[in-house]
Write a protein that binds this ligand. Sequence first.
Ligand SMILES: [Zn+2]
Length: 295
Amino acid sequence: FCYNEHHCDPYAWGDTFPSCHPLLEEHHSPINLDYQMSRNESLGALHLEGFDTVQTGHWTLKNNGHSVVLQVGSGMSVSGGGLPGVYHTIQLHFHWGSLSTNGSEHTVDRRRYPMEMHIVNMKSIHPNVSAALEDPTGLAVLGFFVDVVYADNVHLGHITRKLSSVAYKGWKNTNNPTWLLLPEHNMSQYYRYHGSLTTPPCSPVVIWTLYEVPIYASWSQLEQFASEMYSTEEGEEDEKPLHNNFRHIHPTFSRSVYASRDAKLLLGRAAPPLSSALPTHVFQITLLGGLIYGL
Ligand SMILES: [Zn+2]
């Protein structure tokens, strides 16, 4: 599969991977996150085990032709926050755009962030990923939007410094583990829904947790992802850049999307409901207030 060529791009995945076909399965990811969600007071912060300590063991950074993947060692897990069990962390990877386009997979109120990081976790009762893909809640993915600021993110730097060593498909390198990538605060603000893998086989087995508060990267760090990576192997005649590696947005259909107890962004910003009981002039003031606030 691929992202940027007509014959194998995300719209064609269903030809080769039946479960990627949008008409056969109604649990596809990514989706747009908008005001059409309800708050679930029982969704508190997830419990992240081993994320704040320096892990030992073999961590591998790899270009698999579709993304840059950081395979992690054992010792990290995710639970709580409404997850049905303990999930072991297996890898993290990124989705990005190009030098002129944003490339997050999920969108927030139709806005696409520059990048998105996925931390993939597998339910601990399963011996391997193929077993987890048979369980409707076999995987839990934590999604973090990445926004661009002026300063380098030193923690992300542990990965971006090594990008040139995994420039081509199949290239690997060891990596120094760092979990300080995650935000220190606001980890209880997130959105939750049931969806799928965003890459083939698109299995509808993912409990998604998308954090409201983005992590940060500098423009030059983003540029390294967008312009230094290749989806082809070294020496291939037809060298192809690895960029715009995000799947298109899918309808939520009848699925529920929940805001966690502390989520602020979308529900906090929602317009007040129209009410005929409200005198017109009050409404105009409210709208004007909104405009001023917006400036
Ligand atoms: Zn992903």
